[in-house]
Design a protein around this ligand. Sequence first.
Ligand code: GLC
Ligand code: CA
Length: 532
Amino acid sequence: MRSVAAWWQTGVIYQIYPRSFQDSNGDGIGDLPGVLARLDYLSGLGIDAIWLSPIYPSPMADFGYDVSDYTGIDPIFGHLADFERLVAEAHRRSLKVILDFVPNHTSDRHPWFLESRRSRTSPKRDWFVWRDPGLDGGPPNNWLSEFGGPAWTFDPTTGQYYYHAYLAAQPDLNWRNADVRAAMHDVMRFWLDRGVDGFRIDTVHHLVEDAAFRGNPPNPAWHPGLPPTLALERRHTIDQPEVHEILAGFRRLADAYDARVLIGEAYLPLDRLMAYYGAELAGVQLPFNFHLIGAVWRAPVLAELIRRYEALLPAGAWPNWVLGNHDRSRVASRLGPAQARAAAMLLLSLRGTPTLYYGDEIGLSDVPIPPERVQDPWGKNVPGFGLGRDPVRTPMPWDGTVNAGFSAGEPWLPLNPDWPTRNIAAQEREPGSMLALYRKLIALRRSEPALSVGDYGAIEAEGSALRYERVAEGARVEICLNLGDEPIELVRPRDATHIVLSTFLDRNGESVAGPLRLRPAEGVVLACARQP
Ligand code: GLC
Ligand code: CA
């Protein structure tokens, strides 16, 4: 007997980048009252959970991923009371709320770090990763920051270096210290007690570093065309074995509450990623699977990716898929507007929890940012490689009014130039829009158990088409996606009866008798005859 699926298995998660979702007070920066005002839109879209990128007090060196108080709300976003109202109103609409939890590092303005850097004998000295200079007086070893330059910054007050996997303004916590663990567990309880339904845990593969501080070996695949941050393998700085015990601690804590979910952000090869489910599945329930983001958009490649991911999943582990987020180029820019529709169908018909990124539901693309408006520290510190993430974080265009209805004031990042036509209100009026497609796909996933909880039947590539079946007790559907830009004709799927949904939204209900013709980039969900 199949056990009843949890909400985070059948549900669709929607990522909100709060700075860019909806501004309520005209300062050009999105905020919590803004999110609150858009809850009806979100429940109308049909999603089940919102994940909010960080809303805690922060100097914003990395736009909230540098936290100076884990149990507060940054005044830019509102107050704790706004957050509590948001949770209550979301729950009233059966929407779950997932917070971003940033345990790897604090802000350099966090009181813990200010205390730690005061003296070598500070009671919080060991809360962060301090080391003596190397023999030459330089950094203790060759470790590199993800955001450019050495991962060590010298602190003249105490004559030691501190470690930071990201910016110097983001000192790494020392997770080998029991007090750090206890303090961060208290943080998790603080939010869980306030009704938060789970956490997306930032950069979990970075939580611990090699205890012996061994230097990283050169990356043989590196060449000067690649960012200098990739010049070394990260053998001793990511994915260390001790991380799993830390995640198991988070999980025990979350499991003491009802129906909470932990999602782990780890950019790792599939075989390494699987370890984040934990031994006996005691790790995070959903280690983010980002492998669609970088995949070559060809049917045999995707068929192989899906099969490989499924084959590697530990017994009982639940899959998940992601097409984009606040760190990566948007799907509409990567694949073009036509294939972005096929990608939407893929994401919402694969087995496992899908996570959507705000704006993708209207086909928003990366927005060019004029040099004087660049904000992202990564793009600034490592220039020339297109690493800046501002283009994927631009304001949500809601309608055709001033500043696309996002803000009465000048938005903190420019709007997409096509906002007068590409916005939520315009697509709500247009029956064939991307938004209409997303609504239909989400609704279909909810009503069709073969899609929400079913297993796979065959997964195959046929020419430029990716085909797979989803099967649940008594119900079966087949998905055919033309990933090419030529029309194709497929042998009639064994026992498909009719088209339930086409990405073009113009042949729903059409019966399938002979061969199935698909237009360039067209995807269809087909209903199949019931099994005897
Ligand atoms: C994660 C976040 C990213 C942030 C980094 C450092 O990768 O998604 O936005 O810059 O961690 O916290
Ligand atoms: Ca605001």
